[in-house]
Structures are given as C-alpha cells and as structure tokens.
Ligand binder design. Structure first.
Ligand SMILES: C[S@@+](CC[C@H](N)C(=O)[O-])C[C@H]1O[C@@H](n2cnc3c(N)ncnc32)[C@H](O)[C@@H]1O
Length: 200
C-alpha cells in the first residue's frame, strides 16, 4: 500500500486542460452558460456543495445515502451514527442556500432513477465510491442525464490502486468511458488530479 497519490501521472490523456483547482468549477460553469440545475453525487458533509452554491447561481441536487457500508474500503467509510452526523452537518452547511440546495438521502443508483424526470442537467459532479465497479457505473448512469453541451465532472482521477485513503478505480473508468464515447476532457493535474469531461 502506498501512502501518497501518484500525482502528475504521465498517463493523463494529452487533451487534458489544466485548472488550478476544482474550486474553479463554478467559474467554468458560468463561462459555459451552465447555470441552471446540477447534481453532486457523493456529498459527505456538504463542503464542496457549499462552495458550488456560493459561487454558482443554479440549483444543486446533492445525492448521498449517508449510510454505513461495511464493504466500502475508504477513509470516509464509517459507522451509522457518524453518517447521521455527516447528514446533519450537510443540512447545516447548505441551509443558507435555501431551496437552491436539494438533498437526496439515497444511493447514486436510486437517485438517478428518481431525478431522471428533471433531466437534462447542466452538469453532474461524481465523487461517491471510488472503488470498482462504482465509478464506471456512476458515469454510465448519470452521463445520459446531462445535456449535450453540459459537463460530466468528477473528483480523484488518480491512477487505479490502493492507497492509505482507499481503493480507487476512477481513472480506468473515466479513460475507458472517454475512449468509448470520444468525449473531450478538461482536467486538473495539480495537487489532486480531477477530470471534467464534456459529453458528445
Ligand atoms: C469523497 S466523499 C464526498 C465528498 C464531497 N463531494 C466533497 O468534496 O465535499 C464520498 C461520499 O460518497 C458517499 N457515497 C457512498 N456510497 C454512495 C452511493 N452509492 N451513492 C452516492 N453516494 C455515496 C459517501 O457517503 C460519502 O459521503
């Protein structure tokens, strides 16, 4: 097991454009005119959702089961009381944004079905379970719900492997899906690589 991330991977596709941080996503969405409705899959304690809502004017659906999952090997995998506390923290963090923040206490799979009637979304940001087969399943279930000019975004585009923080199969999922769909990618190879890919 390695204790550090394999940053600046030479295997990042050549068409990756770098952003300084995922904190720039709100600006990118605004620049692209994607200011209506988005989804964050995997919300944890609402920190990144709060950032999006602070700097982007749309409505954000936040999907997380806040459920203890004993089979999930990750530093954030925890017991049910802690998950309940994470849910409460999220409600508190997003309360200032009123009905621009819509919480869905559900798995990615269930929520994708529930939210399908509201599609197409301007963007979906995937940051839930990083172990196989979840990243690819998440991409496949949410990509069809994004408008053709929208963004399919995510976090933790690391080389696949087992690290101190958990088990990752994000990169193979993103690369495989992009190869199959010929999508453009806009990514970040600084402190923690992320990928934003534009369907179609
Ligand atoms: C890395 S954290 C999200 C961090 C958050 N996006 C942020 O940047 O502040 C991953 C979250 O995914 C959630 N999660 C686990 N399984 C999930 C599933 N099947 N569907 C949606 N979310 C899930 C976990 O409960 C956890 O809160």
């Amino acid at each position: 097991m390695s204790s550090s991330f394999p940053l600046n991977s030479p295997t990042i596709p050549a068409n990756v454009r770098t952003l300084h941080s995922r904190d720039e996503l709100p600006n990118l969405l605004i620049d692209l005119g994607l200011t209506g409705v988005g989804v964050e899959v995997g919300t944890y304690r609402g920190d990144y959702a709060a950032h999006l809502l602070a700097y982007w004017p749309g409505t954000l659906h936040c999907v997380d089961p806040w459920l203890s999952q004993p089979d999930w090997v990750d530093m954030l995998s925890t017991d049910q009381p802690t998950q309940d506390a994470n849910y409460d923290a999220t409600r508190q963090a997003l309360a200032p944004y009123g009905d621009r923040a819509v919480l869905h206490r559900a798995t990615s799979d269930y929520a994708a079905h529930q939210l399908a009637p509201l599609a197409p979304f301007d963007f979906v940001y995937i940051d839930a379970r990083h172990d196989a087969p979840h990243p690819l399943e998440d991409i496949e279930r949410w990509a069809p719900l994004i408008r053709p000019s929208g963004l399919l975004c995510g976090h933790d585009y690391l080389l696949d492997g087992t690290y101190a923080t958990g088990v990752y199969a994000v990169k193979s999922a993103v690369d495989g899906w992009m190869a199959a769909h010929g999508s453009q990618s806009i990514g970040n190879r600084l402190r923690s690589p992320r990928t934003l890919s534009r369907p179609g």
